[in-house]
Write a protein that binds this ligand. Structure first.
Ligand code: ZN
Length: 442
């Protein structure tokens, strides 16, 4: 979900709040996890071998190639639900050793998708909103960074340089605190997304493509923006942000992904101790918002009037499945037990309520829940989490899951099967697995 309107739609229009409706809601939001009380030995039967996973990934990718359309409509949506995201999946899954022999074909497929997108956004008649021109997840920043990664692998030096320069130029564009009317700091269209894209480029290309000084300037803009907003609105925290007038908490448009990117930017906290203090105080406040279920409110306006537990959203976009990455970052930075405990609580919540009916994707689907277990496995090295990730992966291939909803963009990276392919490929290499763009271990 990406807007205040859609959150309100999900929480207040479709579902009521009476007890009878709550029982129905529970069934509407997620499938009951029948493996809930299983121990490791019982869970082991869901473990898939690398060969089986490889076969599943290949089936899914072939299905995507057969069915993904490439009309103008599909050029919109960026990495999130557009064909740019499908191209990123081709690149990302192709990096794994098991897919060496497919790698080049998939990169060429990615190039085909990206050629269409680039032609679309560079056409003189393209009227992309200003917010999309600098946006990582929905717009041009994501398109240029994905294109640069693919061209680098294909050895297309000239095109690689062009896209890197196009991406790099946006770093200055994004500096002004009030760049966008409805919020300039969040992950989809704002500075947090751009920083994430830049760090991803630096990591994949193994050099400082976007100099850290530039990223630190952007981080400072984020902190100044958050301080100013918090003061003007008398927020309970040193930093606060809004997107379309809603103070979101989750990863999609909320403060959790913003803080996560500040912590992730190398040396930023070390060089700015006063800012680190504000960031940590804000993270501590968010931890204090943990609901009895282990989940978190969608936005600050729900803190004093929480929705009934069965109507909570347990998604990457809104909820524990996205906030857990901030909590893990906080634990790895400050080493306090409460952050780890909050991560583990997210894991238990996802185990009971993460078999989402909204499809196989990573934003608000089963693969997004499965990724939480892969992260917890890397964080704790407990086999339990790896087995739970396998259990969720195998659920995707059951008869029961056929009753899940088909997402609006069924082959996309965040809502559809491209994200599922990434999850299953990551499950083959759990020691390196990470939710796309949210690797907390780098
Ligand atoms: Zn979502």
């Amino acid at each position: 979900m990406t807007s205040a309107r859609s959150r309100a739609g999900v929480s207040f229009k479709i579902f009521g709040s009476s007890k009878t409706k709550m029982a129905t809601n529970q069934l509407k939001r997620y499938f009951l996890n029948k493996m809930i009380d299983f121990d490791d030995a019982q869970l082991s039967k869901y473990q898939m071998t690398k060969d089986v996973l490889k076969k599943k990934v290949l089936e899914i990718i072939n299905r995507i190639f057969d069915r993904q359309r490439t009309s103008v409509h599909e050029c919109d949506g960026g990495l999130y639900v557009g064909i740019t995201g499908v191209a990123y999946m081709c690149y990302y899954v192709g990096l794994r050793e098991a897919f060496d022999s497919y790698r080049f074909d998939w990169l060429e497929k990615a190039e085909d998708y990206l050629n269409k997108v680039i032609a679309y956004i560079e056409h003189p008649r393209y009227r992309g909103e200003i917010s999309l021109k600098s946006s990582f997840l929905l717009g041009n920043a994501g398109i240029y960074s994905t294109s640069a990664l693919v061209m680098n692998e294909l050895g297309e030096k000239e095109r690689y340089d062009t896209y890197i320069n196009n991406f790099a130029r946006l770093a200055c564009v994004m500096l002004p605190i009030n760049l966008l009317k409805n919020g300039s700091d969040e992950f989809f269209v704002g500075r947090a997304g751009y920083i994430c894209g830049a760090l991803n480029l630096n990591r994949h290309l193994k050099k400082e493509i976007i100099p850290l000084e530039h990223l630190h300037e952007l981080c400072k803009s984020i902190v100044h923006s958050g301080r100013r907003y918090a003061q003007e609105h008398q927020s309970p925290t040193p930093l606060m942000y809004a997107y379309y007038d809603t103070e979101y908490i989750g990863a999609a448009h909320g403060i959790s992904a913003i803080l996560q990117m500040l912590i992730a930017t190398p040396n930023f906290l070390d060089n700015h101790p006063d800012m680190e203090e504000d960031i940590k105080a804000t993270v501590d406040y968010l931890v204090s918002l943990k609901l009895p279920s282990g989940n978190y409110p969608c936005a600050m306006d729900e803190v004093d009037s929480p929705r009934p537990e069965q109507e909570e959203l347990v998604h990457w976009c809104h909820g524990a499945a996205g906030i857990v990455y901030l909590l893990a970052r906080a634990f790895l930075r400050w080493h306090e037990e409460k952050y780890l405990q909050a991560c583990l609580d997210c894991g238990e919540l996802l185990w009971s309520r993460g078999l989402l009916r909204r499809g196989p994707g990573i934003c608000h689907g089963v693969a997004g829940s499965g990724y939480v277990f892969l992260m917890l496995y890397r964080l704790t090295h407990h086999t339990k989490y790896l087995l739970r990730a396998h259990a969720f992966a195998s659920f995707l291939f059951t008869e029961e899951f056929k009753r899940a909803r088909t997402p609006d963009s069924p082959y996309s990276l965040f809502e559809g099967l491209s994200g599922t392919a990434c999850f299953l490929a990551d499950l083959m290499y759990p020691e390196k697995a990470a939710f796309p763009f949210f690797n907390v271990f780098d």
